[in-house]
Design a protein around this ligand. Sequence first.
Ligand code: SF4
Ligand code: SF4
Ligand code: FES
Length: 348
Amino acid sequence: MQVRFNIVRQNPNSSPRIQTYTLEVNPGNTILDCLNRIKWEQDGTLAYRKNCRNTICGSCAMRINGRTALACKENIGREIERLNKIAAQANNSKAPQQIDSIPEMTIAPMGNMPVIRDLVVDMSSFWANLEAVEPYVSSEARQIPEREFLQTPEEREQLNQTGNCILCGACYSECNAREVNPDFVGPHALAKAYRMVADSRDTKTESRLEKYNQGTFGVWGCTRCFNCNAVCPMEVAPLDQITKIKSEILARKDESSSQPIRHRKLLLEFVKDGGWIEERKFATQLFTYSFAGYKELAKLLPLGFRMLIRGKLPKKFVPSKGTKEVRSLIESIQKLNKQSFSKKPDKN
Ligand code: SF4
Ligand code: SF4
Ligand code: FES
């Protein structure tokens, strides 16, 4: 079958352009197989990264038809199926559309990193942000025993999911928070950060949690868009790891610690009380805790006033009919969390 490849190309200090190549391919060919053939048979100037060709090294991440993926993992057949499904959804039809014309693949460089050339991006910020979370097990505070540090199978199992990260950059490329906040370290770094927090041999848990709790550098910078979980080729689920770090922080801090912590705790209390959030009280209680908070609240007043005159501010709060059920769910989860925290070994 024939497939057309629209590849976004770029030279240093110039604007991107699209160059089109047509190949005769099999549905089982990977995108990387196709790029190799374009380079070897049609245009030796095409630049992209690759190494293992087997989803191990993480070199070949690029945007394939709109989302970042590994070129050696995705194949033509599955991409066509995916594009057909997207087209069918866009046309609101139940059956996937049959496309009669030549299928097209759009290949672009990863996002959130500057392009060096064609599909090769400069990953310096990716590596610097990984370094910023101190991604090494620290045994500083321990007396070094003569034998290596042993772990039980259960302790080792805690590291399996995050240990699967191949540092491909797909999550970083699609991270909405990174796009607007240069301070945020990114999903790959926070997945690694959780790997350190969960490691029974590491002795810096408390200082790590303090660090990951700072401003929007760490976990509170995440906007929970879910993109990192959706694109990760190794099922590391960085957002889940960020959530676990948040739980560890929340278990140690009270609501006066910072606004993000106060936000989470208040939100939970409101939902437990009335099944959903009492928004008027939520804003006032969130911000009237400190002088800086009053200033934040004052910024919201024009919005509140506009809502009031347009009838969008509810006159009274009506608790949800499912309040009891919601409360019991929250309490069960809190109980489970407590048990899992109390089971953790004392690392120090
Ligand atoms: S977490 Fe997943 S997407 Fe992100 S760098 Fe690691 S393997 Fe790649
Ligand atoms: S969920 Fe958070 S870390 Fe993951 S991509 Fe979205 S903003 Fe980034
Ligand atoms: S070439 Fe190594 S992961 Fe694709």
